[in-house]
Design a protein around this ligand. Structure first.
Ligand code: IVH
Length: 720
């Protein structure tokens, strides 16, 4: 593809040249030009009304840049545009204060609740029972809400709900949604359109299929997929996801949209928004409930998820008078569908073995449709759950145990993994026996053990257990660990069980390319693999040979050592070799180094024991050493504390922050060498009080601790 400046100074996308035909030199020249063009396009886009590249040309150039980078990873530039969409990941999304708060809805669960709702409204407005009051009835879409702000008919920003007061700026992401107009004719000067972003059922199924083929994350439900897709730092990812938008409400308006909810929503439709065709107006409680039943009956065939029905007072004058409680309008209510239940037959109880050897029982069910979704598995958690008691020994399901061949009631609420709500004892076969939890691993035959105080049985087979081996590798390549492009769970399973490829432990991933060139494995001749995909994979693996200490430690999948702990430990020891020496010393002497390990914030006895035992176990140690010889382990980044006014200080954030999320504020402070605490104590040095800071700010005041607001905080750390 070439793109050149035309006489008008525009850059045009003219022709395509296959990326795999480019020489190294051409790739390098083109990447430089792309970096330049895209950088200028970004500046233009954000600062001018008429950017010189159309959205689609811009996207095409970014995709082109990405493709060249994938093919020539060694040519990726320090200023690569692929690192630059929006703000960098660590900074998350910018914040937008909603001009009108984005509220949620009160819930009703039955007829009595709906009557109460109607009565309250009549009382509030002083209307007699016999005076007719019109309501709109519409599906409650199970997605995530979005506010779109148009000024002079142009979409200027889009924000998620956030905490209702402050949301995230997802403008670029929202612009990729096909049925959100960028420009509206004859719109009020200021128009905020609100509605729900969602993914339809068939798009969701296609998306998950694609994800699974690519070895990427498979989503639990359409809402999760939609939320993940909208909140992508890389807008290209959002653009690839099949998001849609239903408009049903509004925020700030420079002029009213109509006199009734129905009129206003019709206006939104006239502006080009999709509105829900199942919306009706009803005058009586009976008709509200009738339409509720009608919508519920259509639920499975609508093609998108809904979790209830919303009733709204139709007259906007009444809506204005009714106003809001702290978080919900008085003029609307969500009549939720009951949690979905269905009876089915329990065919078997399988035991799955996880990365740390945990044996997890899974119910295999005769497939049953629960609210439009076919369920054939349900979690059984652990031995106690099957026996009808919780971790404290108290009865669950009235103490009924679960047996193979039982009739069980499946419960599915929203995105919750299906569970077993009940057992029909009247249908239990006389020969059905109580389930006996296995005392050996079904995968490798090793003994399983259940430690005192632990609800879980674990296989003690460690490295000899293939199930643990595969799960460890899946964890090793996962996003927060080595994150190797093109190496997902599917590929790991294939590579693990393929005798020639024999990827049994992490080091084998890094020797794969070498073994391949020696023609020992020839990945390219295997099903689904060709010359190019194999080369791409090897390049992606190569890219990860250089890895940060924290990521490496997390990737090892040592029990109890999560991502945050791994990073804390890495920051503490900085250098991998020094860390290993210290861990060995901690194991052998349990002396000073053991104390040092325990003094790290977030590291307790249990984690420390797990860590040192992993390094002391000969098999694990051999695998770690083999891996590390394949890698260049970068020292952990030591927080930049030079000149930092908060280095070594304990800081507490309280109230809600306008400019960044709590998580981000915390990370930033920690990078400046501060310790961030969750509560005020005499050890606190500084309190940053956001909007609505209450008791904590008061306590700080009483203790004479310095309190500053968010703006002061930014001023203080700005220069760093
Ligand atoms: S009206 C002032 N209508 O449900 C409140 N909300 O549980 C305006 N939702 O945050 C909301 N479908 O994200 C409204 N037809 C619908 C809806 C709907 C889904 C969501 C919305 C809201 C949440 C409250």
């Amino acid at each position: 593809m070439t793109y050149e400046r035309s006489t008008k100074g525009l850059i045009t996308v003219a022709q395509n040249r296959a990326v795999n035909k480019l020489t190294l030199e051409e790739a390098s020249t083109e990447l430089a030009r792309l970096a330049d063009v895209l950088a200028r396009a970004n500046i233009d886009y954000h600062q001018k009304d008429a950017p010189f590249l159309s959205d689609s040309d811009y996207d095409a150039l970014r995709i082109r840049n990405h493709e060249i980078e994938v093919r020539f990873p060694q040519m990726k530039r320090g200023d690569s545009p692929s690192e630059k969409i929006g703000a960098p990941l660590s900074e998350g999304f910018a914040k937008i204060v909603h001009a009108v708060p984005m509220l949620s809805l009160a819930n009703a669960f039955n007829k009595a609740d709906v009557s109460d709702f109607d009565e309250r409204i009549r009382r509030y407005l002083g209307l007699k029972q016999d005076l007719s009051l019109s309501y709109t009835v519409e599906p409650k879409i199970d997605g995530l809400s979005l506010s779109l702000r148009y000024e002079q008919g142009r979409l200027v920003h889009a924000a998620t709900r956030g905490d209702g007061q402050v949301g995230e700026n997802v403008t670029e992401n929202a612009k990729t949604i096909g049925n959100i107009p960028h420009v509206i004719a004859n719109a009020p000067e200021i128009l905020e359109v609100r509605g729900e972003v969602y993914i339809g059922h068939s798009d969701f199924a296609d998306l998950n299929e694609r994800q699974s083929i690519e070895g990427s994350k498979v989503f639990a439900n359409p809402r999760n997929a939609a939320a993940g897709a909208l909140r992508q730092i890389d807008v290209r990812v959002t653009a690839e996801r099949p998001l849609q938008f239903f408009a049903y409400a509004w925020g700030e308006l420079s002029e009213p949209l109509g006199n009734t909810q129905t009129e206003a929503v019709a206006r939104l439709a006239a502006f080009g928004f999709q509105i829900n065709s199942l919306t009706e107006t009803c005058q009586t409680i009976e008709s509200l409930l009738a339409h509720y039943n009608n919508i519920e009956a259509q639920r499975a065939s609508l093609g998108y998820d809904i979790d209830g029905v919303v009733y709204k007072v139709n007259d906007l004058g009444y809506q204005r008078r009714l106003g809001f409680r702290s978080t919900t309008p008085r003029w609307a209510v969500a009549h939720k569908f009951p949690a979905e239940l269905a009876w089915t037959y329990l065919e078997a109880i399988d035991i799955q073995v996880g990365r740390t050897g945990a044996l997890s029982p899974v119910a295999r069910l005769k497939p049953v449709t629960v609210g439009g979704v076919v369920v054939s598995n349900a979690t059984l958690h652990n031995e106690d759950y099957i026996l009808g008691r919780d971790s404290n020994g108290s009865a669950i399901r009235d103490g009924k145990d679960i047996r193979i061949s039982d009739w069980v009631q499946i419960y599915r609420a929203g995105d919750v993994i299906p569970k077993i709500a009940d057992v029909d004892l009247s249908k239990r076969k006389v020969e059905a026996e109580a389930f006996v939890f296995p005392s050996s691993c079904p995968e490798c035959g090793s003994i399983a053990a259940r430690e005192e105080g632990d609800a879980v049985w674990r296989c003690v087979g460690g490295f000899i257990c293939p199930a643990q081996g595969v799960e460890r590798l899946k964890h090793f390549v996962s996003r927060k660990a080595f994150d190797i492009d093109g190496l997902g769970t599917k590929q790991i399973e294939m590579f693990f069980y393929d005798d020639a490829l024999a990827v049994k432990e992490p080091a084998d991933i890094f020797t794969l390319a070498k073994r391949d060139t020696q023609n020992l494995t020839s990945l390219k001749n295997r099903d689904g693999w060709g010359e190019r995909s194999a080369a791409n994979l090897f390049a992606a693996i190569e890219e990860r040979r250089n890895i940060g200490f924290g990521r490496l430690l997390f990737a090892l999948g040592i029990r109890h050592v999560g991502e945050a702990a791994a990073n804390l430990i890495a920051t503490h020891y900085t250098n991998w070799d020094e860390f290993v020496l210290a861990i060995d010393e901690a194991f052998t002497s349990k002396g000073a180094e053991w104390g040092t390990l325990l003094a790290i914030e977030g590291v307790g006895e249990v984690m420390a024991t797990s860590l040192v035992s992993a390094f002391a176990s000969p098999l694990e140690r051999r695998a770690i050493n083999r891996l590390v010889t394949q890698l260049e382990v970068r020292d952990a980044e030591v927080p930049k504390i030079e000149g930092s006014p908060v280095a070594g200080k304990t800081v507490v954030f309280t109230g809600s922050l306008k400019k960044m999320s709590r998580a981000e504020a915390k990370a930033r402070a920690e990078n400046l060498g501060a310790k961030v605490a969750g509560s005020i104590s005499t050890k606190t040095d500084l309190v940053v009080a956001g909007i609505g800071a209450g008791s904590k700010a008061k306590k700080a005041q009483d203790l004479g601790i310095a309190i500053i607001d968010e703006d002061d905080w930014f001023q203080m750390i700005e220069a760093l």
